[in-house]
Design a binder for this molecule. Sequence first.
Ligand code: ADP
Ligand code: 5GP
Length: 200
Amino acid sequence: MTSSCNGTLFVVTGPSGAGKSTVISKYLTENKDVFFSVSATTRSQRIHEQNGVDYYFIKRSEFEKMLSEDKFLEHAEYVGNLYGTPSEPVFDAINKGHDVILQIEVTGALSVRKKCPDAVLIFIVPPSFSALELRLKGRGTEPDEIIRKRLEKAKTEYKAADLFDFIVVNSDVENGANELKTIIDAEKLKTKKRRNFIEV
Ligand code: ADP
Ligand code: 5GP
């Protein structure tokens, strides 16, 4: 009898302001057994963010040192800052059988697919592009110039959506979190995860 005891890697991406953090937080409050990967970044800490919870906020020199030591599963430069997924905690969790969620931008997500072909890639969008702009402005965490750059970036990111396995529409948070849950639950029912029930 074979059994699949490794967890699954879920990579959640989408334009800034789509609601990735909000939807994932909602999902995680109701699904506590899933491991959330905390990224490292050189961006400055926002007022409500906690170091070690939302991100590891580090200096560029420290980030570059980690990069040279091959400590990232993936990394990317996004609107002037570096972001990266520390690999060790992700693989530790997967090897212990936990599902893992990465919340990362599009180029990083696509590079994960090359390294981990079994990863499930999910693209989150708001119901419209104008909603994206409203959400980014409403969040109030970036100056107008950075919001403009993030919206420009979003146009390129949308063009990559076809490369993803699923699209979650974050119309309201409840719906977004339910769609994410549907995807994660369905993955657990795949044949490769249920071989142990096939006995003849
Ligand atoms: P991301 O992580 O994709 O950059 P956030 O989760 O920070 O996006 O959400 C961006 C802004 O939009 C936040 O102010 C958040 O409260 C708001 N938001 C998220 N989801 C929704 C939603 N379904 N409806 C309305 N506003 C939302
Ligand atoms: P923010 O500055 O709004 O927190 O994040 C900007 C973008 O960087 C978002 O699209 C977010 O998903 C992405 N991001 C966060 N962590 C990582 C990471 O570890 N790697 C990559 N490639 N992108 C990340």
